[in-house]
Ligand binder design. Structure first.
Ligand code: SER
Length: 494
């Protein structure tokens, strides 16, 4: 079953409702950029509905369903290495705002998952489904066992880190119940989701959204501030994971949509997929990140050094780096973005109409980065070479800082390259230099605000008949001669 069909079955099921009174409003995916001061990017299907859960706005409908674009970068280092981590994914959701609660959510989920494919469902074998519930949630455990008929030994209880869901920031939250599919003993140990989450793949999370959380670290260390105005439902089924299971492929990078990009990366590098783990990981990272980049640019993010812009820049740079690891030093990002548009435009046609802009943003960013890479890699190689000669094993903080600060070379890439060469890095020293630089910048900004800048030397240079022309709007490089050197407001001899 292809991804478009999964999406269609999902929306049809919840729109028509399988019983009277359960018709859900079909809400199109929101942009990845939503105006939420706590969130860089939409990371769950429920985000656009947050004001209704919190009681800030009256919900326009009591029940809704959507297939929402999501980006999560917390687990970026897992991408490509496991079968199930993606930086971009689509979350199929059904939501109740003070309408049905645990019983409704559980029975609907079970029905769609196990209904036969010829009857519009997903046709999962009920004997291979496992569920988890929050530690003290007897009510959910009872519904699963007594009403749905899941045997007790396939219902497991887990603590807050696994079975209490929040957005990771203050907002709505609640205990949850997750549904897992057993992929079989060839994928890992017996014992259910608590024993092995690769073998038992989580496909659907049902959140009983009833509490408000405060600020605090991690998945367990935050305070629960109280109850929400109503008891709500927020569920999320991973479209890509479901596709992997229904398409009988090993992981989410090999499903119909992602494999188009993966094949393109393989074609461009001449490296076949499936030969060895190391190059497979690179190909999967490329496919995942290129698609995320296309979706982010499509929604109006431009590469930059902060916030969303940095998320995008990092994705694009990791694609370029991995293409280089596979032996392709030529500009290829635009080709990969074209494949991503091809893969995703059946579901998001706006990508096709906006393709010129998306490709132009990509070409520009890749050009700048290839230039940065060339100079940064040379400097890194020189430093590594001299370490080899001296027998040192730790790349000094000053070199790390220079690469980052003077050459704009991303620190995470320096780390990756050091690991590849078997070198350690003085990360603590680097962080210290970064802190000192921040302090200097702060002090400098303060001095500029409060102090008086002496411009007389610059005036003298201009008055001597020398002039300069700014060409930065037309080109990024050019010939120039140094007219004078000014240090601390004084002219100095070069
Ligand atoms: N919000 C929950 C999640 O992201 C369920 O949709 O897992």
């Amino acid at each position: 079953m292809n991804s478009a069909e999964i999406r269609k079955r999902w929306l049809d099921f919840f729109e028509s409702g399988n019983r009277q009174g359960l018709n859900h409003a079909v809400v199109p995916s929101a942009s990845l950029i939503l105006n939420d001061p706590n969130l860089l990017l939409v990371n769950a299907g429920m985000v656009p509905f947050k004001p209704y859960f919190l009681g800030e706005l009256p919900p326009p409908y009591p029940r809704a369903t959507s297939v929402q674009k999501c980006v999560r970068t917390l687990d970026i280092d897992e991408v490509g290495k496991t079968t199930r981590h993606a930086s971009f994914f689509q979350m199929c959701g059904n939501f109740s705002f003070g309408d049905y609660f645990k019983e409704g959510a559980i029975s609907l989920a079970w029905e769609l998952l196990t209904r036969s494919q010829s009857d519009g469902g997903f046709g999962f074998d009920p004997a291979r489904l496992w569920v988890t519930v929050y530690l003290d949630d007897d009510e959910a455990a009872d519904i699963w066992h007594k009403q749905v008929g899941v045997p007790k030994d396939r219902i497991q209880r887990r603590g807050m880190a696994d079975n209490f869901w929040s957005m990771g920031v203050p907002g709505p939250c609640g205990p949850c119940s997750e549904i897992y599919f057993d992929r079989g003993p060839e994928y890992g140990r017996d014992g259910g989701p608590v024993a092995d989450e690769d073998r038992y793949l989580e496909i659907w999370n049902l959140v009983f959204m009833q509490n408000l959380r405060g600020d605090g670290p991690g998945k367990e260390g935050y305070p629960i501030l109280g109850e929400l105005p109503a008891k709500n439902i927020d569920t999320g089924l991973g479209l890509e994971r479901t596709a992997a299971l229904l398409q009988g492929v090993d992981n989410i990078y090999e499903i119909d949509t992602t494999s188009i990009i993966l094949r393109k990366a393989s074609e461009l590098t001449g490296v076949a997929y499936g030969l060895e783990e190391k190059s497979d990981v690179s190909l999967r990272v490329i496919a995942d990140h290129a698609r995320t980049a296309a979706m982010l640019i499509g929604d109006g993010v431009t590469p930059g050094n902060e916030g969303r812009g940095y998320v995008l820049r990092r994705m694009m740079r990791r694609v370029v780096r991995n293409m280089r690891i596979l032996g392709s030093a030529e500009p290829t990002l635009v080709e990969l973005i074209k494949s991503s548009i091809e893969a995703m435009s059946p579901q998001y046609p706006e990508l096709r109409s906006d393709r010129e802009r998306i490709e132009a943003v990509t070409a520009n960013e890749e050009g700048t980065f290839l230039e940065t890479l060339r100079s940064g890699t040379n400097i890194f190689d020189l430093a590594a070479e001299s370490m080899k000669k001296s027998g040192a094993k730790v790349l000094p903080a000053t070199d790390l800082f220079m690469l980052h600060d003077t050459y704009g070379f991303p620190f995470d890439l320096t780390l990756e390259m050091a690991t590849e060469k078997g070198l350690a890095v003085d990360e603590a020293g680097f962080r210290q230099l970064m802190r000192e630089q921040k302090e200097r910048a702060k002090a400098d900004a303060k001095a500029k605000k409060s102090g008086h800048t002496d411009l007389s030397e610059y005036r003298k240079i201009l008055e001597s008949g020398k002039s300069s022309e700014f060409i930065g709007y037309q080109s990024t490089s050019g010939e120039a001669s140094i007219l004078a050197i000014v240090s601390d407001g004084q002219s100095v001899q070069g």
